[in-house]
Write a protein that binds this ligand. Structure first.
Ligand code: HSE
Length: 328
C-alpha cells in the first residue's frame, strides 16, 4: 500500500521510522514538510530521507509541496500530520478535503480539522468511497476509537470521562509530589517538550475540550463545537489546595467528561480519591468508558510522543488495508 505523508515533525518522523523498521507492507512514496517535498512512486529510501531532514531541515526538494503530492497518483492513502490549527484547521483541512474528494482515504493526527469539521469530512469520505481515520487525535497511543468501534461494538456508550491532557496531568503530579508552584511545574513541562507550542491550549483546558468535541461528534454523531464545552483550566489550582486534598487521601486532576443524556461536555479540575483509576501519574492519559453491557472500561496509556502517536496512525492505516482498503 502506497503512503503519502504531509508533515515531518515529531509524529511524522515516528511514522516514517515505524514504516522503515517494521515489515508492515507499507511503502512511503511521497512526503512533504513545510519547506520541501519528494514524490517517488517506487518508494522513498526512508533512512536517507530522514538523514537529509536531520542535516538540512528539508526532506526533499524546495518547491515540491503538498499540492503536488495531493494531485499526483503516487499514493493510495494520505497521512496528514502537519501542525494543528485549532481556529481554522488550515492548511490541513484543505489537504484532507482534497484527498477525500479524489477518493483517497486519509489518516490524521491533526485535531483542528477533525474537531472543526467532522460531520462534513465524514460525509465527504462516504460520498467518495474513502475512509477518514483519526485515532491519533485523542489520547495518543490509547486505542480509544478502535475500542469503542470494535471491542465494544453493540454497547451503548453512556458516558466518557478521563484525563485527556498529559501536560496538565504532569503539572498537577509535580505540584503534588514536589510541592512545586503551578508556574514552576509549567516551566518544567515546557522544558521537557510536553506542552503545545502555545501552552495556554493545555493549561486552560482547550486541548482537552477539543478532544471531547472530537469524541462527542464521532462516538454519538453530535454536532458539537468548542463553544459547547464548559471549560475551566488548571491555571487557578494552587499548591496549597493540592496539599490540602492530599492530606485527606484525595488529589486534583483535570477531568474531561461527556454525558450525552444530560447534554454535558465539561473540562474542569476535580478533587478525586487517590485510589481512583483515573489518578494516573505524569504525562499519562486515562479514559473511562461507561457502557450498558460491559460496565466501565478504563484505558490508560501515553497521550503523546513520537512513536506513541505513530502507533495510533499505523493502526488506522492497517485497519484500512486489512478491512476495507485499496491494495497495491
Ligand atoms: N499537549 C498535548 C497533551 C499533546 O499534553 O496532552 C497531545 O495531544
Amino acid at each position: 500500500m502506497r503512503i503519502a505523508m504531509l508533515g515531518l515533525g515529531s509524529v511524522g518522523k515516528g511514522i516514517a521510522r515505524a514504516i522503515l523498521e517494521q515489515d508492515l507492507g507499507l511503502s512511503l512514496t511521497a512526503v512533504a514538510d513545510s519547506k520541501s517535498g519528494r514524490i517517488e512512486p517506487s518508494g522513498i529510501d526512508i533512512a536517507s530521507m530522514l538523514e537529509q531532514k536531520e542535516r538540512t531541515g528539508m526532506c526533499g526538494t524546495p518547491g515540491v509541496g503538498a499540492a503536488d503530492i495531493l494531485a499526483s497518483d503516487a499514493y493510495d492513502i494520505l497521512i496528514e500530520v502537519s501542525p494543528t490549527n485549532a481556529e481554522t484547521g488550515e492548511p490541513a483541512l484543505g489537504y484532507i478535503r482534497e484527498a477525500l474528494s479524489r477518493g483517497m482515504s486519509v489518516v490524521t493526527s491533526n485535531k483542528g480539522p477533525v474537531a472543526l469539521d467532522y460531520q462534513s469530512l465524514h460525509l465527504l469520505a462516504k460520498e467518495h468511497g474513502a475512509y477518514l481515520r483519526y485515532e491519533a487525535t485523542v489520547c495518543g497511543a490509547i486505542p480509544i476509537m478502535h475500542t469503542i468501534e470494535s471491542g465494544l461494538a453493540g454497547n451503548t456508550i453512556t458516558k466518557l470521562y478521563g484525563v485527556f491532557n498529559g501536560t496538565c496531568n504532569y503539572i498537577l503530579t509535580r505540584m503534588a509530589e514536589e510541592g512545586l508552584t503551578y508556574q514552576q511545574a509549567l516551566l518544567e513541562a515546557r522544558e521537557l517538550g510536553y506542552a503545545e507550542a502555545d501552552p495556554t491550549y493545555d493549561v486552560k483546558g482547550i486541548d482537552a475540550a477539543i478532544k471531547l468535541v472530537i469524541l462527542a461528534n464521532a462516538v454519538w454523531g453530535m454536532e458539537k463545537t468548542l463553544d459547547d464545552v464548559e471549560i475551566t483550566g488548571i491555571d487557578g489550582v494552587t499548591t496549597a489546595a493540592i496539599a490540602l486534598a492530599e492530606e485527606q487521601d484525595l488529589t486534583i486532576r483535570l477531568i474531561g467528561e461527556i454525558i450525552p443524556a444530560e447534554d454535558v461536555l465539561r473540562v474542569s479540575p476535580r478533587i478525586i480519591p487517590k485510589s481512583h483509576p483515573l489518578v494516573v501519574e505524569e504525562t499519562l492519559n486515562a479514559v473511562a468508558i461507561d457502557t450498558e453491557m460491559a460496565g466501565e472500561i478504563t484505558l490508560i496509556g501515553k497521550g503523546a510522543g513520537s512513536l506513541e502517536t505513530a502507533s495510533a496512525v499505523i493502526s488506522d492505516l492497517l485497519f484500512i488495508r486489512d478491512c476495507h482498503g485499496r491494495r497495491s
